[in-house]
Design a protein around this ligand. Structure first.
Ligand SMILES: [Cu+2]
Length: 469
């Protein structure tokens, strides 16, 4: 169902409210910003969905929002404010970050090819800044590289950028002044330009998010910009799982997910359930001959990629495939204890380090249980390495992970989390046995005996299950 607030926003009232207060907060969230130009009625799309006057499906910024604009003499005016803010990565972990208009990432700027845009940038930081419009074709003096193409925007100053959008595609914006520090603190946003003539293959739901990494060391409250590789948090739109919103869709809908990367690593983004096509980038939607079917696509640093797929029912993981990027803060300089019987050692270390907990003899999955039972607690302001629960238990995930939730009965335009998927009879993996000697699987050789009985090979006696193949 479309909520009352969404409907008001669709009709432009949400965006007006945003402008009246100067800076629209996330409360005016997703659908704000599509103010109807004077004299134009918002058209009513099929199935009760209000379409914006220019006829595109607005993007849905995961955990984020779209910046309202106003029309002034045919120019779309936006206003960004660079400022410090308090940000929560997930409950239990927050930091003082920098961003735009109260959030990191900053609000998504959304416009249409051919639009003339005028973007005010007010600097409320303690040092100078600038905004570079990443991937956008514009006059050199509007490119936002301070020192090279413009003066620095000093604290308290407001600069104006104005240009005509000559292209469409998935773009980004970020500072080009003290860039390392300002981006490490969270200053970035997406800039989506819709094609002027619509799209040949229409999109039902259009999602976007930015990939980023943060060196928020355990127990601290400000990201450390000096780190080159050992980051603590890996985020979609500055959030970690399970605080990242799901990607919701109805069965059969065509979904686009636009991903931008302003982090310091390349991220192989992997989606379960449907083969997606990589269909676009900051070069716009590519000609169909260039679309590629993939299950994983690397989004390199500074790149954007668009994925499209037809939604199939289920709960499907969507995540970075670098296994450390689907974890929260973890110690990297630890010995590998898998297979090590640590009894005795634990007591000895406890003498020196009260509360020490030996872990990881059989792997690290026990970490999440230990954390939840309170057996060990991380440092202050630090998320557990593995978190997240599904209907069947712990997910042991964090960081760059969310769930694509597709259902048959979701109303068009409804983005509410539908809960967990109810698997039709006969479509859920089931337990065949609790006996570790079950069956007679083919092996190349006897596994060498480890000390643990769990690792010891045992003869596979004939069982009642024999012959099941
Ligand atoms: Cu990654």
């Amino acid at each position: 169902m479309t909520t009352r607030r969404e409907m008001l926003s669709w009709m432009g009232i949400g965006s007006l409210a945003g402008i009246a207060t100067g800076v629209a907060g996330p409360a005016h969230a997703q659908h704000a910003g599509h103010e109807t130009p004077p004299g134009e009625e918002p058209s009513r799309a099929p199935e009760g969905r209000y379409a914006p006057s220019q006829g595109y499906v607005p993007v849905r910024t995961l955990n984020g929002w779209t910046l309202p604009y106003r029309m002034v003499d045919g120019v779309k005016e936006f206003h960004l404010v660079a400022e410090e803010l308090e940000h929560e990565f997930a409950p239990g972990c927050r930091a003082t970050c920098w961003g735009y208009n109260g959030t990191t990432p900053g609000p998504t700027i959304e416009a249409v090819e051919g639009d003339r845009v005028r973007i005010y940038v007010t600097n409320r930081l303690g040092e100078h800044t600038s905004v570079h419009w990443h991937g956008i074709l514009l006059p050199s003096g509007m490119d936002g590289v301070s020192g090279l193409t413009q003066r620095h925007i000093r604290p308290g100053e407001t600069y104006v950028y104005e240009y005509t959008l000559k292209q469409h595609g998935t773009h980004m914006y970020h500072p080009h002044a003290d860039e390392l520090v300002q981006m490490a603190y969270g200053m970035m946003g997406m800039f989506i330009i819709h094609p002027k003539d619509g799209e040949e293959v229409p999109i039902d739901r259009d999602y976007c998010f930015l990939l980023h990494n943060w060196a928020l060391h355990p127990g601290t409250y400000r990201p450390d910009p000096a780190i080159m590789q050992d980051f603590d948090l890996w985020t979609f739109n500055s959030k970690v799982f399970p605080a990242i919103e799901p990607v919701v869709a109805r069965t059969g809908e065509r979904v686009r997910i636009r991903v931008g990367n302003l982090s310091m690593w390349n991220h192989p983004i992997h989606m379960h359930g449907a083969q997606f096509h990589v269909t676009g980038s900051d070069g716009g939607r590519w000609p169909r001959a260039l679309w590629r079917p993939e299950a994983t696509e690397i989004v390199g640093v500074g790149q954007t990629r668009d994925f499209e797929f037809v939604a199939v029912p289920g709960d499907w993981a969507l995540h970075c495939h670098m296994a450390h990027h689907v974890m929260n803060a973890m110690g990297h300089d630890i010995p590998n204890t898998t297979g090590v019987d640590q009894s005795g050692v634990e007591e000895k270390i406890r003498g020196m380090l009260p509360g020490y907990l030996a872990m990881g003899r059989y792997g690290m999955a026990e970490h999440q249980d230990h954390t939840e039972m309170g057996h060990h607690r991380g440092p202050e302001n630090t998320l557990p390495m593995m978190v997240g629960k599904g209907q069947f238990g712990n997910l042991e995930m964090g960081g760059m992970f969310t769930v694509v939730k597709v259902r048959d009965d979701i109303v068009s335009g409804d983005y509410t989390d539908p809960g967990w998927y109810r698997h039709p009879q006969g479509t859920l993996a089931w337990r065949a046995s609790e006996d570790p000697t079950f069956g007679n699987p083919v092996r190349r050789a006897e596994t060498p005996a480890a000390e643990s009985p769990r690792y010891a090979p045992r003869p596979n006696p004939p069982t009642e299950h024999e012959g099941h193949g």
